[in-house]
Design a binder for this molecule. Structure first.
Ligand code: ADP
Length: 610
């Protein structure tokens, strides 16, 4: 029964080993159980033995399965319980090997130098069994010694487990030390008593291994049970994961989102199907960064490469907008955002992110931009229309002067002899006046032109002077004086010259109109530029008009807000758009004792920042 029991466990755990379930532990357990069943069968055979030679042979070879059993236990304790000292294991195995060698080489077995005869005894149920009689082998002690070493190894392992402190470790420690003690007492002690003739009993070493087998079986079964529970949990988590994935997929599709991951170490980009089909990629085609960049529109490639490099070098935040020419030939706009995951030493490992197709938004933006552009131009044309009266007057001056100079030249030429020196002077004046007229027209044309906004480094103090030249006649007509407080240390600003002229023109003309009711002596405005070493410069236009009520100081910048009978209410709202487009802000405050101050800031040209 014991042999069958052990063999069943051996086969069961061999099966688990073959299925690769805890292969090391199951193989060692199967080997130990198999060895225990062989020992039991040999003990049974010994009971039935009829000749002393047969008994001697059985006792000689029984040390082979005992060696296998010892190795099985050691392997189990080391591999499964992860405890027990190596040197104790090696000592136990070494002694066990020695016992086998001595059993095969000295006397008839390790137990007996010679089995002299057989003793027949009657056991409980009345059956007779054989026991060996003979002279003991002087090397007998090697066997119990190896068992002692094995017991020491297992107890040491149990002690280590106990110290580790978790509940399951302590349970194992108690289980193992108890079964080993039982095994020691019964197997070694009982065999010794039988061999020495002290008691008349058949060998029961195989039986004494049963508790060890049971303990090992219990441990493995607990683990297997745990594995089954984990498998169930895993199955549940997998189902949950599948659901989440499905939900995420649906949400991503609904939001037109595409997910991607870039394995930076292996340079492999994974992405959801949406992107793949859009880029004309095959379902499982993995691509690297260069491949991806090559798919982008030529003009965007280097910029995106730079943005990725910056994300890797800095805080790992990546955001980019780029275009891709999809297979049908149209350009699509994408917005991509991602985060880099760093390993030790800030080494970038992977980047995860999402991409959205923003083509429609971009188109709307472009259209809006176009409309804004047209409106800005229109408002500029309107401003110049308002100025046209005074500009005509301004042009009239050089033209009149040219005419009178030309008439004078005619007179000088009509003299005999002609006064060529005077004619030369007159011609110089004509050229000068003509230049003045051409300059006025040039400035007008520049403002009327409908070009794209071009940001460059501009000198704001000079722009103020340019605008004042344009409105010069208007200021004279309104009997308005202009005071200037221009900061000579002002750095260049990064802006579009025409647009800044438009803003200044607007503010100056609004100020002039606001001061119509102001006493002529007080009708002056102050244009100031300042820079206090920050990254923005500050411009202000202050007038002595009636001022703007506090509650309207923000509203004046909204489109169509006007208090003038023939006003459009667009000037200031366009000013705000233009200043915001250059990266600045515009606002109004009260001027003391009366009037309004319009302020705006503009970012300085980047070189100056360094
Ligand atoms: P519009 O000149 O066509 O009315 P704006 O946008 O240029 O359009 O100005 C909007 C309104 O802001 C004006 O109608 C006026 O009430 C107010 N405003 C603008 N500048 C001044 C100023 N310097 N002083 C007082 N009110 C002003």
């Amino acid at each position: 029964m014991v042999a069958a029991f052990s063999l069943t466990f051996a086969l069961l755990h061999l099966f688990f080993w073959a299925k690769e379930i805890k292969p090391r532990a199951n193989l060692s357990f199967a080997a130990a159980a198999f060895a225990a069943s062989v020992i039991t069968i040999m003990e049974l055979m010994a009971m039935k033995t009829a000749s002393p030679e047969q008994m001697a042979a059985l006792l000689r070879w029984v040390h082979l399965p005992v060696l296998v059993l010892s190795v099985g236990i050691i392997y189990f304790v080391r591999g499964y319980l992860a405890s027990g000292r190596w040197w104790l294991a090696v000592t136990a195995i070494g002694l066990r090997c020695l016992a086998l060698i001595l059993s095969l080489t000295t006397g008839q077995s390790l137990f007996f130098k010679k089995v002299l005869g057989l003793k027949r005894i009657t056991v409980l149920d009345g059956e007779t069994v054989s026991l060996p009689l003979g002279s003991l082998n002087p090397w007998y002690f090697v066997g119990p010694l190896s068992v002692l070493a094995l017991a020491a190894f297992v107890l040491d392992g149990a002690f280590t487990l106990w110290r580790r402190g978790t509940d399951s470790d302590r349970r194992r420690a108690v289980l193992f030390s108890a079964t080993i003690f039982f095994f020691l007492i019964t197997a070694v002690g009982h065999t010794w008593l039988v061999n020495s003739g002290a008691i008349d009993s058949p060998y029961i070493a195989g039986f004494s291994f049963v508790p060890i087998l049971l303990a090992m079986f219990y441990e493995l079964s607990c683990d297997m049970l745990h594995s089954v529970q984990l498998t169930d949990q895993l199955r549940l988590s997998e189902a949950e994961l599948r659901n989440n994935k499905q939900r995420m997929k649906l949400a991503a599709r609904a939001a037109d989102l595409r997910l991607w991951e870039w394995d930076i170490v292996r340079d492999r980009i994974w992405s959801t199907d949406g992107i793949r089909s859009l880029y004309g990629l095959l379902p499982y085609q993995e691509i690297g960064l260069d491949h991806f960049l090559n798919m982008l529109y030529e003009e965007d490639r280097e910029r995106v490469r730079g943005e990725i490099a910056r994300a890797l070098a800095n805080n790992g935040h990546y955001e980019s907008e780029y275009r891709i020419r999809i297979p049908e030939g149209r350009l699509h706009w994408f917005n991509s955002r991602g985060r880099v995951e760093f390993g030790e030493n800030h080494q970038p490992l992977r980047m995860l992110g999402v991409t959205i197709n923003i083509t429609r938004r971009k188109q709307a933006e472009l259209e809006a931009q176009q409309l804004r552009h047209e409106m800005t131009h229109l408002s500029r044309a309107l401003l110049l229309g308002e100025l046209s009266g005074s500009l005509a007057h301004e042009l009239n001056q050089p033209l009149t002067s040219i005419l009178s100079n030309a008439q004078a030249a005619q007179r000088f030429l009509a003299r005999d002899p002609a006064d060529l020196a005077e004619v030369r002077n007159v011609l110089t004046d004509i050229v000068e006046e003509d230049r003045r007229a051409a300059e006025i027209i040039r400035r007008l044309r520049a403002l009327l032109k409908k070009g794209e906004a071009q940001r460059s480094a501009i000198d704001l103090n000079k722009t103020v002077h340019d605008v004042l030249k344009l409105v010069h006649s208007d200021l004279v007509n309104h009997t308005t004086t202009v005071h200037l407080a221009l900061d000579p240390t002002l750095p260049s600003v990064l802006a579009d010259r025409i647009q800044i002229q438009q803003v200044l023109l607007n503010l100056v003309m609004n100020a002039c109109k606001a001061m119509i009711q102001t006493d002529v002596k007080e009708r002056w405005l102050l244009i100031a530029t300042t820079w206090n070493n920050a990254d923005k410069i500050h411009v202000s236009v202050a007038d002595q008009g009636p001022g703007i009520p506090a509650e309207d100081r923000k509203t004046v910048f909204t489109p169509f807000f006007t208090t003038k009978a023939n006003g459009m209410g667009l000037g200031l709202s366009i000013c705000r758009t233009l200043i915001a487009a250059q990266g600045g802000t515009i606002w109004a405050t009260q001027n003391l004792p009366h009037g309004t101050v319009f302020h705006f800031t503009l970012p300085i040209f980047p070189e100056k920042k360094a």
